[in-house]
Design a protein around this ligand. Structure first.
Ligand code: NAP
Length: 341
């Protein structure tokens, strides 16, 4: 029997219930994982309230009751045909894409073997369960700006939302690459960002972005769409690029429907792209959308093996009190939220 945490309808706070269903079976190339820990990310809280229904509905990922969650850490229960890299009893962690099959908030999930990694023996499932989704999204954002290990030394990188999950992971990647990070962070979080290798850390307030110098090679916006244009104005003429994970794509479709939503998104993207181009004609500008990615998973595995990637956990809850974990995330309380089935 599989226990799954379901959202029964769009609501804030989320309307959650636990139900039992038949245990799924792994098909060829898939692995059945007994879940020890999964995380609640900001997207789960938003989807529980109905966010993204129109666009995610295209993938069959918006129909209630919904099983949310993209991160999984646990133990291999059984394997499908052709699975060579994993065996029953092995500890693993990894990712589920957002789709029809549902998410990771369950006692057992079927995961494509390509989205799974072997877990290092001494790293707790709770610590692993908070990494894959956030790291993958952060990696996609970094990659889309054009920065990489080979050109990052000395590059000046501005991170908005630096004390959040994506921001912390970006600093943990950029610090060993030798980049010079300016962190825009929440009140009281400056020292934490400096400890993670930021050269400069400033608390966010309405005047902080305009007062920064126009010297950045790369801008990462993990915090606030409304600041995207202002952030772009801090790029210098030879900058590499800017990426934002907080774009209004899904919200535009939810709010305005297919045609007007597409039109508004095109307009929003063009507006900031024009600012980027006016500052730095060769710079890239990208809206990041999470999806499982082999390169990101390989880099995650490397960082975890080296004990370089860590996100603090703020709350762990069993399914029966999962609403507390969702509330923790929606209140923006420090540390990630983990569910223990
Ligand atoms: N597009 C995608 O596929 C995708 C995938 C993953 C994540 N995301 C989004 O990317 C963002 C970052 O994710 P995360 O996991 O790092 O979130 P997180 O841990 O909640 O961190 C968010 C950070 O942004 C800051 N922030 C939020 N609202 C702000 C505002 N209005 N002005 C200034 N700073 C603000 C927060 O500061 P405070 O503590 O002061 O609020 C915090 O530092 C989230 O919005 C998430 O939903 C998108």
């Amino acid at each position: 029997m599989r226990r799954e945490l379901i959202c029964t309808g769009a609501a804030t706070p989320p309307r959650l219930a636990v139900r039992g269903v038949d245990l799924p079976h792994p098909d060829a190339g898939e692995v059945l994982v007994r879940v020890q820990a999964s995380s609640v990310n900001p997207i789960d809280v938003k989807r529980a309230a109905g966010y993204g229904a129109r666009l995610l509905g295209l993938k069959g990922a918006a129909r209630f009751p919904l099983v949310l969650g993209n991160d999984v850490a646990g133990v291999v229960e059984s394997i499908g045909a052709g699975v060579k890299r994993f065996a029953p009893g092995q500890r693993v962690y990894g990712l589920l894409g957002t789709g029809r099959a549902g998410g990771a908030h369950a006692s057992h999930v079927v995961v494509p073997q390509d989205f799974l990694l072997p877990a290092p023996g001494d790293v707790d499932p709770t610590a692993l369960a908070v990494l894959p989704y956030s790291f993958t999204t952060m990696w996609l954002a970094l990659r889309s700006t054009g920065i990489r290990a080979g050109n990052a030394r000395g590059a000046r990188v501005l991170i908005h939302g630096a004390n959040g999950g994506l921001g912390r992971l970006a600093m943990q990647v950029l610090q060993p690459w030798g980049s010079r990070v300016t962190a825009i962070c929440a009140k009281g979080q400056r020292q934490g960002c400096l400890d993670l290798g930021a050269e400069v850390a400033v608390e966010h307030d309405p005047s902080c972005i305009p007062s920064l110098p126009t010297m950045y090679d790369v801008v990462l916006n993990f915090a606030n769409w409304d600041d995207d244009g202002l952030l772009a104005s801090r790029l210098h003429a030879q900058a590499m690029g800017q990426a934002t994970t907080v774009h209004p794509l899904l919200a535009n479709f939810d709010r305005l429907g297919w045609l007007s939503g597409a039109w508004a998104s095109r307009r929003d993207q063009r507006r900031v792209r024009a600012i980027v181009a006016s500052r730095a004609p060769k710079a890239r500008y990208a809206w990041t959308i999470f999806k499982p990615d082999q390169e990101a998973l390989a880099m995650l595995a490397e960082g975890v093996e080296a004990r370089r990637l860590v996100l603090p956990v703020g709350i762990t809850e069993p399914f029966d009190t999962a609403v507390a974990a969702f509330n923790h995330v929606s209140a923006g309380l420090p540390g990630r939220a983990v569910l223990l089935p």
